[in-house]
Ligand binder design. Structure first.
Ligand code: SF4
Length: 346
């Protein structure tokens, strides 16, 4: 179900735009549809009021929390079961954020990502994206939503933009606290500036070398790092908000001096922030996580050369659940609880 189907359903019952807004607002804020400052009987048409209990059930059926996996850093990974039995991952982030999935599987096929291994299975609908936020809100306050879970949001643009619009207009999420994360697709740069809600943009760069990027992200659009940064800069200036460049730090792959020079060449003077995230090693994949000391040294070096760099750990590092892993393990053996790995005390 898409949000627009829900809007249509309400209109068919005689709801005016204000009534529709009210119902959607309650849903996205994880409040009962019948609650609110004004009583429904003073406000909503009778046919809409009578439909609310069934509607509430319909929305609740869109997804449920199948399992929760708290991390030591205050985050928690959630495995969400959708109505058709498919599962996606959401992550409750420290400081009132939630990371949501926009697809079941993903077609980009990044070599270091578990989700990329299974290919695209299906799109996550706009209503299922809102469901992930509403479920998160049953556990904690949510003031920030990042589209960095399973899937490439650019490959599900209509659903993602519909969800962003509702979150920004009715969901009490500041527009700059909505973060659209992409490997870089020309359609994103055409579409994002047009909506009533302009989210912040995170671009997965990972390397300054075009041929390495083609190998690491085999089915990403063939934009060179230079072209990607150029498009990013235009959006940053237009939206008055810096681009977050994502760099998954892979030992011996993109952590050498040549890449550091490449980062400076690409990002110096740009309206940008570099998020450097040491890779979360996955047993089945052939990449390694560099030591935290090495990552810290790289971040310090880039800072000294004028690049605003933040070193971040991926949320829930200690939970055996890098993007796509919870789902993969639950599929492999649904009877086994997902293992919690303790983070080495580095
Ligand atoms: S890292 Fe993101 S874009 Fe790449 S395969 Fe995984 S989910 Fe898709």
């Amino acid at each position: 179900m898409r949000i627009q189907d829900l809007q249509q359903q309400l209109s068919d019952l005689g709801a005016k735009p204000l009534h529709v807004q009210r119902v959607l607002r309650q849903w996205v804020r994880a409040l009962p549809l019948t609650a609110g400052r004004r009583r429904p009987e003073d406000f909503l048409p009778l046919a809409v009021r009578e439909a609310l209990p069934a509607l509430e059930q319909q929305l609740q059926a869109l997804g449920r929390i199948q399992s929760q996996h708290p991390g030591e850093d205050g985050s928690a990974r959630l495995l969400i079961a959708l109505q058709d039995g498919m599962t996606v991952e959401s992550v409750l982030l420290p400081r009132e954020g939630v990371c949501v999935s926009s697809q079941v599987g993903c077609a980009v096929g990044c070599q270091f990502c578990m989700t990329g291994r299974e290919g695209l299975i299906r799109q996550v609908s706009s209503a299922e994206i809102i469901t992930q936020v509403a479920l998160a809100r049953t556990l904690r306050p949510v003031k920030k939503v990042v589209f960095m879970g399973m899937g490439e949001p650019a490959h599900n643009l209509d659903n993602v933009m519909e969800a962003i619009e509702l979150l920004g207009l009715q969901g009490n999420i500041g527009h700059k606290n909505l973060v659209f994360s992409t490997v870089g697709d020309p359609r994103v740069f055409e579409r994002l500036p047009l909506g009533p809600v302009k989210p912040a943009l995170a671009l997965s760069l990972h390397t300054s070398r075009a041929e390495l990027r083609e190998r690491l992200l085999p089915r990403a659009p063939r934009l060179t790092p230079e072209e990607l940064v150029e498009l990013g800069e235009q959006y940053a200036r237009a939206s008055a908000y810096p681009i977050q460049y994502q760099w998954t730090l892979l030992e011996g792959v993109n952590d050498g001096p040549e890449e550091m020079d490449g980062i400076v060449r690409l990002l110096k003077g740009k309206y940008a922030l570099l998020n450097m995230i040491p890779y979360n090693s996955i047993p089945d994949l052939p990449f390694q996580r560099p030591s935290w000391d090495k990552a810290r040294e790289i971040a310090r070096h880039l800072h000294q050369r004028g690049i605003l760099t933040k070193l971040r750990d991926s949320a829930g590092q200690d939970v055996d659940g890098g993007c796509g892993q919870l789902r993969a393990r639950a599929l492999a053996d649904p009877s086994q609880p997902i293992q919690i790995r303790r983070k080495p005390s580095a």
